[in-house]
Design a protein around this ligand. Sequence first.
Ligand SMILES: NC(=O)c1ccc[n+]([C@@H]2O[C@H](COP(=O)([O-])OP(=O)(O)OC[C@H]3O[C@@H](n4cnc5c(N)ncnc54)[C@H](O)[C@@H]3O)[C@@H](O)[C@H]2O)c1
Length: 325
Amino acid sequence: MSGKYLVTGGAGYVGSVVAQHLLEAGHEVVVLDNLSTGFREGVPAGATFVEGDIRDAAKWLDSSFDAVLHFAASSQVGESVVKPEKYWDNNVGGTMALLGAMREAGVRRLVFSSTAATYGEPTEVPIVESAPTQPTNPYGATKLAVDHMITSESAAHGLAAVSLRYFNVAGAYGTRSNVMVGERHDPESHLIPLVLQVAQGKRDAISVYGDDYPTPDGTCVRDYIHVADLAEAHLLAVRAATPGEHLICNLGNGNGFSVREVIETVRQVTGHAIPEVVAPRRGGDPAVLVASAATAREKLGWNPSRADLAGIVADAWDFAQRRGK
Ligand SMILES: NC(=O)c1ccc[n+]([C@@H]2O[C@H](COP(=O)([O-])OP(=O)(O)OC[C@H]3O[C@@H](n4cnc5c(N)ncnc54)[C@H](O)[C@@H]3O)[C@@H](O)[C@H]2O)c1
């Protein structure tokens, strides 16, 4: 059955890919985005675009919406350390306003973009949802605060909610069609697009932050998930959300790849040399972050099919080349 969805942050990377998937599934999509880090041209054709802030969501939400998919946030870890007030205001204050607008309008279904950063330094890997949550930066702390806010909203006011805790999202969507949506952050802080910038000659070398971690090659290990697999989880989550319950699911592949393995994969996919420079560790970077996605498989029926790192990198490379400079 088709529905009408508000996609906050739908001009950004993940939101635009999910909006595209919703449209392809026959749903009506309204994107609400203030373009603070997103791009107008990232909004998929077929979606209605509203340029505005989630703090004013009450202006646009009404009972005709079936659900909200909430991606809008500030999400640069480094910036959150130096400007924490921006993160508490936008992520927590913004979501509080959004939840209020949803209550007023009678929209009772929500899927929220949470993050592996809510866990901080893991005590065990793979990480399960019941693991301790001790974020090591304000970004993770604000996302955890929103998760708690949603839990209370569900318990008190019957909201049907799912938080999806993404691990490292990568890749692009639509390489085999005319529609192409992919990763575009400014400044870019994610490893795969940064390494691809070296391949494109936009950077001289890739910095490897620490090569003395207790991992097989000394560099940090992360769990990379294809953005199209992630998008499919959102469509499943909208359906699985149950009134009065707040379900939290990790989204990852359960496989870890080191920074050096990613760089090597980019060399193989692009055919470029990719010089690397070892730099000091960054504070608050855990050695290994790998998800257990057993809950998403069991509760959502999620079955990611694009776990191959070379395929993820190939799609991201295709997108980077199409974008050119
Ligand atoms: N990309 C990842 O690897 C990753 C990992 C874990 C979690 N997440 C979460 O997923 C979500 C999407 O991430 P992304 O990588 O697509 O980021 P992004 O910056 O590309 O997208 C965020 C979008 O939200 C918009 N926005 C921000 N504040 C807003 C506000 N107050 N009102 C309206 N729009 C606003 C921005 O303009 C942007 O288009 C974020 O919530 C992020 O925290 C992303």
